[in-house]
Structure formats: structure tokens, C-alpha cells
Design a protein around this ligand. Structure first.
Ligand code: PMP
Length: 386
């Protein structure tokens, strides 16, 4: 059994979720739009699940739109809102460290008549609200800032940002995917207007997610059809997926406090041991305002990809960064935004723990990584230990 420490890229489903979904593939296979009994069963499951996901973030049921995942939720939020509200203004603000989906949606909007400002972050990946203030104009209608970063785990001052948005009548969207299960996602106290969620980050199935849209916020759909999901996302609902996401959220609400405590111990142990045992190693991201499950390093003179492959040989599965961006050879835009050089960004390693991580997994990583780094450095003509 390999040591899996890449929970940010993908999480195994919780067996209880698989069990909850199971009947909806076969016995309770109905279409929620059908008016007969089989359809009623699907409708009931759909609405129960909507209420559960809404409850998880402190929203009302009618404010939850099920989508195929957070990518679609991000598209619906940003494009749907921008197109519907263009008469109010054409300026959007995001941060430099947003998820690749937000960056690419922003590019699409720029090609379609909107202007986008990207707020920089400091060396730890944190946004200073003053930098946002400098970019707000009377044309700004929308801001999209992730609650926490999916690569380096830095947590943003979202409530402060929300306050700023309220002062300037700007709608605030947050991609909360990286924060799922690691930070409380209460939309009332966070004071956000739209929030994207992905089911897999709750240990639910992939290919399902949701967008929270606060009552009164108007958006246009981009999936046109039979008018499901309040007319905002047409197509027969993925009932097993939706039931799975809801079950995963219910479980998470109970397990979260203890899990955060356990992950923090793992994370802090990884950070302490790796930095102490590997000369010229550095922590990426914020030293304290970081997700409980995230340890992200860079090692001088090391190429992240070689490190990952050498660890793979030892059956330790880690990551060099966002799996969503692995199809490009470019260094991570998040690490570049911290001010790192290309070679520093390429020399990075992301370790993320999760529900099924055990003490022995952390022991293995702490033993293997310093050895592998030493071996790779010995082979490198560029690396000289001071
Ligand atoms: N946002 C963030 C921060 C992510 O990490 C991911 C990938 N899990 C997504 C959006 C896209 O989510 P999905 O795969 O559900 O479309």
C-alpha cells in the first residue's frame, strides 16, 4: 500500500458516501423532473440533498445550484454574473493566486468586453486589502477571491475583503474548494455573495459540485435546456452524485473539528522535520495562516518533478503543485506570484494530508524525503552545499 499524501489533488470517497449513493444508481433511478412515484423518489432525494448542502454552509436551499463541479460553479458565478450585470459596470477583480479555472474565465471575460485587475500577494501568498482598494473603481461589479489557496494553503482575510466589497457595492464570489473540511464555510459570517464547492474535497464523488448564489443576486445560465436548478443549470440532475455530495457534507460537519486537530499535528511535524533535516529547504506559503493539511516546500538545487518521481519509486505519492495545471510545463502561477524564480518554483513539493492519513505515512515521508533530496543533490552539477 503506497503512502498517499496528495489529498489536495484527489480524495478517496468515504465508504459511507458510496453506500448512500448506491440505491440511486439502480433501485431509485428516477428522473427528478418526472411526476410519477419513481420521479418523486428522485425529487425527494434531490431536495433533501440540497437542504443538507445548504445547511453545511449556512445557506437556504433555494440558494444552492448543483453543477458538475467547482469549475462549472466558477464559470456560472463569474460569467453568469458578469453577463447579467454588465449594465452596472464592466470591471472585475481577482487575485494573482486564484485557481487556474478563475484565471482562464477571467481571460475569457477580457476577450468579451470586461476588464480584469489581478491583485498581487505578498511573499507568503497573502492579499493586503489596501492592494484591493487601489484597484476598485465605480465600474467594479464583481470580485473573486479564494478563501484559501489550493497549492500553498495560504488563508485570505475573506471577511475583511467582504467588508470592503459591501462598502463599494461589489458582489464577492469565493472559490472555497481548498478550504472545504479545513475552515468553517458559514456564508453568513464570511459575508460572501457566491461560493463554489466541489464534492470530492468533502470525500464525495468527483464530477459534482455546487454554487451558492445569495438570494437577490442575479445571474444568467450558460447551460440552456429544460430549466432544472431554478433555470440556472439545465440537464437531468446527477442524483447519485448529489446524494453523495450531501452525505459527504453531513459527515464532514461532524468530523471536521477532530480532523483539523489531527492534520495540524501532521502538518507541523512535517514542516519541522523537513526543514530541520534538509539543508537549504524552505517553506512556501504562510507560516501560520495556512490550511491545517498543507505543507509546501522548496529545496535549492532540486527539480520538483525528479523529486516526485524518485519518491514515487519509494511508493510515496506527493505533488509538485496543482493537478489542474499539470498539463502545462509552465511553473505554477501561484509560486511565481510569491516572487519566486522559475527554478525555485520548479523545485517545489506539495504534501497534503487527509482523512485516511496515518502516523506511519508521516513517518515514511519524513524518512524518505531527506534521503531522496540528498541523492538528487549529489547528482546535480549545479548544487553546492554551503
Ligand atoms: N477550484 C479549486 C481551488 C480546485 O482545487 C479545484 C480542483 N479540485 C477546482 C476549483 C475545480 O474543481 P472541479 O474539479 O470540481 O471542477
Amino acid at each position: 500500500m503506497s503512502v498517499y499524501l496528495d489529498y489536495q489533488s484527489a480524495k478517496p470517497m468515504d465508504e459511507r458516501v458510496v453506500e448512500a449513493m448506491s440505491p440511486y444508481f439502480t433501485r431509485d433511478f428516477g428522473n427528478a423532473s418526472s411526476l410519477h412515484r419513481v420521479g418523486d423518489t428522485a425529487t425527494n432525494a434531490l431536495e433533501r440533498s440540497r437542504a443538507a448542502v445548504a445547511h453545511f454552509i449556512g445557506a437556504q436551499s433555494e440558494e444552492i445550484i448543483f453543477t458538475s463541479g467547482a469549475t462549472e460553479a466558477n464559470n456560472l458565478a463569474l460569467i453568469g454574473f458578469a453577463q447579467r450585470n454588465k449594465h452596472k459596470g464592466d470591471h472585475i477583480i481577482i487575485s494573482e493566486t486564484e485557481h487556474i479555472s478563475i484565471h482562464n474565465i477571467a481571460k475569457f471575460l477580457e476577450k468579451n468586453g470586461f476588464s480584469v485587475s489581478k491583485v498581487p500577494v505578498d511573499q507568503y501568498g497573502k492579499i493586503a486589502t489596501q492592494k484591493i482598494k487601489d484597484r476598485i473603481s465605480e465600474k467594479t461589479i464583481l470580485m473573486s477571491i479564494a478563501y484559501a489557496n489550493n497549492e500553498i494553503g495560504t488563508i485570505q482575510p475573506l471577511t475583511e475583503i467582504a467588508e470592503l466589497c459591501k462598502q463599494h457595492d461589489i458582489v464577492l464570489h469565493t472559490d472555497a474548494v481548498a478550504a472545504e473540511g479545513l475552515l468553517a464555510l458559514d456564508i453568513q459570517s464570511l459575508n460572501v455573495d457566491m461560493m463554489s464547492l466541489s464534492s470530492n474535497d468533502l470525500y464525495g464523488p468527483k464530477g459534482i459540485g455546487a454554487l451558492f448564489v445569495k438570494e437577490g443576486i442575479k445571474i444568467v445560465p450558460h447551460m440552456i435546456g429544460g430549466g432544472q436548478e431554478f433555470g440556472l443549470r439545465s440537464g437531468s440532475e446527477n442524483i447519485p452524485g448529489i446524494v453523495g455530495m450531501a452525505k459527504a457534507a453531513e459527515i464532514m460537519a461532524h468530523t471536521m473539528p477532530a480532523e483539523i486537530e489531527r492534520f495540524t499535528i501532521y502538518r507541523d511535524r512535517l514542516i519541522k522535520e523537513i526543514l530541520a533535516n534538509i539543508p537549504n529547504s524552505h517553506l512556501n506559503g504562510h507560516p501560520t495562516d495556512r490550511l491545517a493539511n498543507n505543507a509546501h516546500f522548496r529545496f535549492d538545487g532540486i527539480e520538483g518533478e525528479s523529486l516526485l518521481l524518485a519518491l514515487k519509486d519509494k511508493e510515496i505519492e506527493v505533488s509538485t503543485g496543482s493537478a489542474c495545471s499539470s498539463k502545462t510545463l509552465e511553473p505554477s502561477h501561484t509560486l511565481i506570484a510569491l516572487g519566486l524564480l522559475h527554478e525555485e518554483a520548479h523545485g517545489s513539493l506539495e504534501i497534503t494530508v487527509g482523512r485516511f492519513t496515518q502516523d506511519a505515512d508521516i513517518d515514511s515521508a519524513i524518512q524518505a524525503i531527506p534521503k531522496v533530496v540528498k541523492q538528487l543533490r549529489a547528482l546535480s552539477p549545479l548544487y553546492k552545499e554551503e
